[in-house]
Design a protein around this ligand. Structure first.
Ligand code: BDR
Ligand code: CA
Length: 304
């Protein structure tokens, strides 16, 4: 039997983070080694609580959750209640009975990566603060990753926080810069890629599933549409990053070298391509039917 894909997910749940986590939990050939949390969509205490609550709701409380950074390397997080709701999720979940792992996210990531050299894929779905700290504190650990997939950035496409900046990169540009300039072969799933995989209100509301995790996912997705009747379209940001980590052939890639705006003006957090070719893989064409096929298959969604 083939070895399962080992995943580490750094996250700030977040509605779309939750969908990505549910996809990983539903995948039969994935071993989720743990979640590490960061402030971002919501404050750290809330993203940690949400991570624990999601695992519990899916019946997988045995998976560890390690708490990471409550602040970016510079300044403070701004949070995104307008999109994710004040609590971060569009679904009420029971309070988790388990607590976070006794050691922090950075230690946990280093330990997991070093234990299984060349085996674990790190998927980063929030601000890159924990990943930058990992590079600082355990410089060799990230080299042990099989792959590093980051959701963030807006390359040659409008931003979603400022005209040019995307939320995760905008939340911690100094950390983003450390990761992008590390020379490691990072895959950056940016907004231009994610905008190729969206779903309309009508389509989302017509879906159903007999799979328990599929049902939870739909409650989350349909709940998001239910919070605001004006919402017509949902983009699968973090789920696309997770899908690309599992099946890279979902997209075609170009090699790029990316820079992030570090000046505290209107260019803060914006991504730009610098000459290149570099070590970063940037999705170009996303095969949306393959993405939806994976989503549908893992979560046993019906009604597409
Ligand atoms: C990213 O920002 C967050 O709000 C989402 O969870 C996603 O990680 C999209 O810009
Ligand atoms: Ca996220």
């Amino acid at each position: 039997m083939a070895e399962p894909t080992k995943l580490l997910i750094d996250t700030d749940p977040g509605v779309d983070d939750a969908v990505a986590i549910f996809m990983a939990l539903a995948a039969p050939d994935v071993e989720l080694l743990g979640l590490t949390t960061v402030g971002g969509n919501v404050p750290l205490a809330r993203s940690t609580r949400n991570a624990l609550a999601l695992l519990q709701a899916a019946g997988q409380s045995d998976i560890p959750v390690a708490k990471g950074a409550s602040r970016p390397l510079r300044g403070r997080f701004r949070y995104a209640p307008q999109f994710h709701g004040p609590g971060g999720l569009s679904l009420r979940l029971p309070e988790p009975t388990a607590g976070p792992f006794e050691k922090g996210a950075v230690w946990f990531l280093a330990d997991q990566l070093n234990r299984q050299p060349g085996k674990a894929i790190l998927v980063a779905l929030g601000p890159l603060t924990n990943v930058a700290r990992l590079l600082w504190e355990y410089p060799a650990a990230l080299e042990q990753a099989k792959n590093i997939v980051v959701m963030g950035g807006a390359v040659n496409t409008p931003g979603n926080v400022t005209p040019k900046a995307e939320f995760n990169f905008y939340s911690d540009p100094p950390a983003t810069e450390i990761v992008l300039s590390s020379g490691l072969p990072v895959t950056v799933v940016d907004l231009a890629a994610c905008r190729q995989v969206g779903i309309s209100r009508e389509q989302a509301l017509s879906l159903h599933s007999a799979h328990p995790i599929g049902r939870l996912t739909l409650e989350m997705l349909q709940g998001w549409f239910g919070k605001d009747m004006g919402r017509q379209w949902f983009e699968f940001y973090d789920p696309l990053a997770l899908a690309i980590a599992l099946e890279p052939a979902i997209a075609t890639f170009a090699k790029a070298d990316l820079d992030v705006g570090l000046e505290e003006n209107e260019s803060w957090g914006e991504t730009s391509e610098t000459g290149g070719p570099g070590e970063i893989s940037l999705p170009q064409q996303v095969d949306s039917s393959r993405f939806f096929g994976l989503l549908e298959g893992l979560l046993e969604l019906e009604g597409f």
